[in-house]
Each structure stands twice: as structure tokens, then as C-alpha cells.
Design a protein around this ligand. Structure first.
Ligand code: BT5
Length: 259
């Protein structure tokens, strides 16, 4: 990958501006700084390697050189999008799953921000915001996708099993083509963010639907329940042991027997 090849490949998409780095700490950090400055809607930061890639709750995200996609897309939400910002993680997830479905794969979304292939994590999403007073000015959508086998970290550093597109397909794929497809899917889906059809598409790809899971909510304890769907804001809807429906806004799904 390099800036001019990527510019050419993405030339038919309405990307405002792109910054490519051979190596960077975190594309989200670069995008947040750019967003706080003068970045336009649909500005893109992409790196071949990240040396300080981040997951949620300051977890590490590994992006070894030459093997993965690591990029951050800056959105300046329109007034119509503002009431639906909590759905942005769904927009990102569905953009990745669309690009995988188009390659004949069967992805699932492990709520809230993981994409699975064959029950293993192939991609992660990190959404961050830049505020202006009380309002969200920009959303940074960070995506890390394991494209080649070499992108998959060693088991001992993982909370959950991981895989790559190459593992799932049995042959290597071109990183830049996957990038193009994810961005094209996101641009196409974005106008449907507020629709019921968008939510239905998201729910249809949820992993472990109908299964009992434990959702750990950081310092706020854990709940056990059967996944039944999503709330209108993208929260995870569960049915607890007494049959009561509840919605969880953040957390990590653990499978029984809750390893
Ligand atoms: C995520 O967090 O999955 C969000 C990852 C977002 C990464 C992108 S890359 C571009 C942009 N710039 C950044 O700095 N970040 C974004 P979370 O759900 O908290 O999962 C983190 C956990 O995933 C780690 O604790 C590891 O167990 C695992 N992990 C780390 N690297 C991985 C990889 N390459 N493949 C699969 N799992 C990984």
C-alpha cells in the first residue's frame, strides 16, 4: 500500500482527503487530532502498521506490517444523523460484514464491535467522538481487519480466538480492495442509518441470538440473559432468567461456561 495507489483505488469514492502512513501509533489518534482541526466529512487515515493500536477500554489492537487493514474514517454527522449516533457502530459493522458477504463468507456481529468469521474475531471497531461543547462535532470510526494470516496475534495475547480473511477463504486477498469495499458499503448504507430496515439488517447478523450469554459491564457488574435482539439505539436486548427483557448499553459478551 502507498498513498498514490490508494488514491487511485479510492478515486471513485467521495473520500474528502486521505492520509497514509507506513507506520503510526494509532490511526484513531491521528484522526481525532485531524477531526479536532479541519478535517472534512469522509476524511480517512490509514496505516500499514500500528505500533500503539487501541481497542476499547485501552486494550491493545495489533496491526503488524503488511498484513492487515487499520484505518479511521472521520464523519461530521448531519443534523438528521445526530439522533442516531449510537448506531454508528452498526454502520461500521455492517460495512465490514457487507464486504465479507460479497466474498461468499458468513460473518456475524459479536455485539457491540467485533466481526466474527467461523466464530473467531476477524475485525474490531473503535468509535470515538470529538465534542464541541455539548454536541458531537465529529465521529471517528476506527476499523482493524485481519486480512492475511500474519495479522492474527498469538493466542496468549487474545481475549477471544482470532482469524483472518485468508484463513477463512483459503487464499490471500488484496488489502486495498477490501478497504475499498468497506468504504463503498458504508457510504451506501449511511443514508439508511435511521431506518427500521437498517436495524433489521443489523439484528439479522447478530452472533449468539437465542443463546444465553453473560455481558460484563466493566466495573458495573455483569448480567446473564438470552440475546433477543437490539434496542432502537443499538443496545443489546436480553431476556433474563425470569423472562424480563432488558437492554445493555455497553459491555463484553462472554459465552457459557463463561471462560
Ligand atoms: C476492538 O476493541 O476490537 C477495537 C479495535 C479497533 C482497532 C482499530 S485499527 C484502526 C483504529 N486505530 C486504533 O488504534 N484502533 C482502531 P476490543 O473489543 O476492546 O478488543 C480488543 C481485544 O481484541 C484485545 O484485548 C485483544 O484480545 C484482541 N485483539 C487485539 N488485536 C487483535 C487482532 N489483530 N485480531 C483479533 N483480536 C485482536
Amino acid at each position: 500500500m502507498n498513498q498514490s495507489k490508494l488514491n487511485k483505488l479510492l478515486s471513485k469514492l467521495p473520500i474528502a482527503k486521505m492520509k497514509y502512513f507506513d507506520s503510526i501509533g494509532s490511526t484513531n489518534d491521528e484522526a481525532l487530532a485531524w477531526a479536532a482541526n479541519d478535517a472534512k466529512d469522509l476524511s480517512l487515515v490509514i496505516a500499514d502498521e500500528q505500533t500503539a493500536g487501541r481497542g476499547r477500554l485501552d486494550r491493545k489492537w495489533f496491526t503488524p506490517t503488511g498484513t492487515a487493514l487499520a484505518f479511521s474514517l472521520i464523519l461530521r454527522p448531519s443534523a438528521a444523523e445526530h439522533p442516531h449516533l449510537s448506531r454508528m457502530v452498526g454502520l461500521a459493522a455492517l460495512s465490514i460484514t457487507d464486504s465479507l458477504l460479497a466474498r461468499g463468507l458468513s460473518p456475524q456481529i459479536k455485539w457491540p464491535n467485533d466481526i466474527l468469521l467461523n466464530g473467531r474475531k476477524v475485525a474490531g471497531i473503535l468509535i470515538e467522538s470529538v465534542w464541541s461543547g455539548e454536541n458531537v462535532d465529529c465521529i471517528v470510526i476506527g476499523m482493524g481487519v485481519n486480512i492475511l494470516k500474519g495479522a492474527v496475534p498469538d493466542r496468549d495475547v487474545l481475549l477471544f480466538p482470532a482469524t483472518s480473511l485468508e484463513d477463512a477463504l483459503g487464499y490471500p486477498v488484496e488489502r486495498a480492495e477490501v478497504l475499498h469495499d468497506i468504504l463503498a458499503a458504508l457510504i451506501l448504507l449511511r443514508p439508511r442509518l435511521r431506518t427500521d430496515e437498517f436495524m433489521a439488517k443489523w439484528v439479522a447478523l447478530l452472533a449468539y441470538r437465542g443463546e444465553q450469554v453473560q455481558v460484563e459491564m466493566g466495573g458495573e457488574g455483569a448480567v446473564i440473559g438470552t440475546i433477543s435482539g437490539l434496542g432502537t439505539d443499538g443496545g443489546l436486548q436480553l431476556r433474563d432468567q425470569s423472562g424480563k427483557s432488558l437492554i445493555v448499553q455497553f459491555g463484553d459478551i462472554r459465552l457459557r461456561p463463561f471462560a
